[in-house]
Design a binder for this molecule. Structure first.
Ligand code: SF4
Ligand code: SF4
Length: 368
């Protein structure tokens, strides 16, 4: 609202956050429908769209905002939000569905679906285009990430102002830069999956797939981005992915907290390859946890605990590993033949540690 550079001034009309109430609050919506608002508007719709025909059969409604008179009927009647959507969407500069209920129907449209709930895309249809020619923009999540929403709205507003390109959306209208990767690809536990170690209980640090995580097949960026202020996110907080951002949610992922059947193949593979890879990495990790000096002197001067010296077998393995590592590249450090000059056995402070016999002695190079 004038604070973010290049951001056009935005007036928020929200049933909860707006200061206006009652008729005064609804007036701007009516102006938008009548074309008398005097400014472009963007519709942001949260929640699924209920099938009001079902409620109308018994003279009721599912979800409404404001009242209006209806020809041939007495008094005033609630205006269903579905009706507002139908009236406002065609004239909107953009229509944005926020949250999985609005984007894909979500929990209200799960098996049973008493209200006939559906997504904005389902409600407005394939041919819907906003006044600026955009289909419905979808920002899923239950709850959606606030940063995903504000970032997308900002990019769209810049586009509508003519100040930026149209952001890239995927074939389902999701911001492509936010929803292309899977949870698994950005998960902080993916290393455990790869090494074939899996959590058995909540609270275990390993990969959660065997206690019900669907992350490998779910498009969501929460672990990379964090839930709030770049902190948290499902796996970071110890939770499995129940696929809340997905069009198939919840039916295709229920029952929750049960291992996805498809995971059996990949976990079996990663268990067998991981058992080998894990052991090799532990060796490399032990090697990486020693200074080069410690290897040369054959001892680790740690007062915290005994660190095993290299065994001859390990030494040989590391020798060949190093050869391979330097293959085709120039080994950093001193030239061959000069490497061992400064590996003094004594602690620094003993003069003999600093004598470099390879330097030609002459005046001014007396030994002490
Ligand atoms: S916890 Fe889920 S998302 Fe993370 S590595 Fe395991 S399966 Fe993948
Ligand atoms: S990780 Fe899964 S459960 Fe968590 S927000 Fe993303 S899609 Fe939803």
């Amino acid at each position: 609202n004038g604070i973010v550079p290049a951001m056009p001034k935005v007036l928020l009309h929200h049933p909860v956050l707006s200061v206006e109430a009652g008729e005064e609050f609804v007036q701007s919506f009516k102006d938008a429908v009548d074309g008398t608002l005097g400014a472009p508007y963007v519709v942001v719709y949260e929640g699924s769209v209920a099938d009001e025909r079902i409620a109308a059969r018994t003279g009721g409604y599912w979800c409404a905002m404001g009242m209006e008179t209806i020809v041939d009927r007495e008094g005033t009647h609630p205006v269903p939000t579905a009706t507002w959507l139908q009236r406002m969407a065609p004239g909107a500069a953009a229509t944005i569905a926020i949250g999985t209920c609005a984007t894909w129907g979500g929990i209200p449209s799960a098996d049973g679906n008493p209200t006939g709930a559906m997504s904005l895309m389902d409600f407005l249809g394939k041919d819907y285009r906003s006044a600026f020619g955009l289909p419905v923009i979808n920002i899923p999540g239950c709850a959606p990430l606030g940063d995903n929403f504000t970032e997308t709205v900002f990019a769209i507003l810049l586009y509508l102002q003519g100040l930026g390109p149209l952001p890239t959306f995927d074939e389902l209208g999701r911001p492509a830069w936010l929803f292309t990767e899977t949870v698994h690809q950005g998960c902080s536990r993916a290393g455990y999956y790869e090494e074939g170690t899996f959590a058995e209980h909540y609270g275990d640090p390993e990969c959660l797939v065997e206690i019900g995580c669907w992350g490998p097949v779910v498009n969501c960026n929460i672990v990379k981005r964090g839930a709030l202020n770049h902190m948290g996110g499902c796996m970071a907080a110890g939770g499995i992915c129940i696929a809340c951002t997905m069009p198939g949610f919840p039916d295709k992922f229920a029952p929750f907290y049960k291992a996805p059947p498809g995971g059996i193949i990949s976990t079996t593979i990663s268990r067998s390859t991981g058992s080998v890879v894990r052991r090799l990495r532990r060796l490399s990790n032990r090697h990486a946890n020693r200074e080069v000096r410690w290897d040369k002197l054959g001892e680790v001067p740690s007062g915290w605990g005994h660190v095993e010296a290299q065994t001859p077998g390990l030494k040989m393995m590391e020798f060949f590993y190093k050869k391979w590592q330097n293959w085709g590249a120039r080994k950093p450090g001193r030239r061959p033949g000069e490497e061992d000059r400064f590996w003094g056995v004594q602690r620094p402070g003993i003069p003999s540690d600093y004598i470099d016999s390879s330097v030609t002695e002459g005046p001014g190079h007396e030994r002490h």
